[in-house]
Design a protein. Structure first.
Length: 268
């Protein structure tokens, strides 16, 4: 197996490192195409793999090509890439908002997979949803699943339209948690804590809460009740959440993100 990654930014380099660390591929069978000289040299030094500044004819020798560039850069890139593509090569896109149809049309290529990762993939805790072009067989799904799970977990979606919801929930999701953590820490500071103390309390609380969610058979409502005793401090905070319609606002916010993802998909 030989893999070429076009784009050596955060996600492109994340996959390169994950493939090497998992021994899913030998270094000599991995290529990154990166146009920025500073990133190019850093990747060459760090990873010890082949790095090219632009797409070469030799890209035709690679079984899987991962497209990890900014969506606005893809149209120009596609003009170069399609000159060397062979029908049996798999194109795996991790570009946000660019549909399989758009990719296939610009590349004149039908063997396309689209995936939506998130930033925790950088630490091996990512979740990536992916979908395939109509008519793709199970071997492609299995192959892509194996590649993506080197950075965490992967989930196959039959309906490509669901990737807009995936973008809203897991693609953008880390920022929502960072936002909540930020204001929990701010609350601690306003209560008189030093920032370092508030930060430690909040971060460890989030980590511990995740472990309970991940290991308990209880529902989320049951977990909430275990912490929130009648007339206690937790109930006071939860009542404030309810009176401010925070739950409903969260749902509406994620629907706004999904709508924006749909708009970007149409305009990409």
């Amino acid at each position: 197996m030989k893999i070429a990654i076009i784009g050596g930014g955060n996600m492109g380099s994340t996959y390169a490192k994950a493939f090497i660390q998992s021994s899913i591929i030998k270094k000599e069978n991995l290529l990154i195409v990166e146009k920025h000289n500073d990133k190019l040299e850093a990747l060459r030094t760090e990873l010890g793999i082949a790095i090219e500044e632009s797409i070469q004819e030799s890209i035709a020798d690679y079984d899987t090509i991962i497209v990890a560039v900014k969506p606005q850069d893809f149209r120009i890139l596609a003009e170069l890439l399609k000159l060397s593509l062979k029908p049996n090569q798999l194109v795996l896109s991790i570009m946000a908002g660019v549909t399989i149809d758009k990719i296939s049309n610009l590349l004149s290529h039908s063997n396309v997979v689209r995936a939506m990762p998130n930033t925790p993939a950088q630490l091996g805790f990512g979740i990536t949803a992916f979908t395939v072009a109509p008519g793709s067989d199970f071997s492609i799904i299995s192959h892509v699943d194996t590649l993506l799970e080197t950075t965490g977990k992967a989930i196959f979606m039959k309906d490509e339209a669901m990737l807009d919801a995936v973008t809203a929930i897991s693609g953008s999701g880390p920022a929502y948690f960072y936002y909540f953590v930020k204001y929990m820490i701010e609350a601690g500071k306003q209560m008189g804590m030093e920032e370092a103390v508030a930060t430690m309390l909040v971060k460890q609380t989030m980590l511990g809460s995740f472990q309970i969610i991940n290991n308990s058979k209880l529902s989320l409502d049951e977990m909430i009740k275990m912490v929130a005793s009648k007339g206690g401090t937790t109930e006071a905070a939860l009542n404030s959440f309810e009176s401010s319609s925070i739950g409903e606002n969260i749902i509406n916010a994620l629907k706004s993100a999904e709508q924006r993802a749909k708009e970007l998909s149409k305009g990409a």
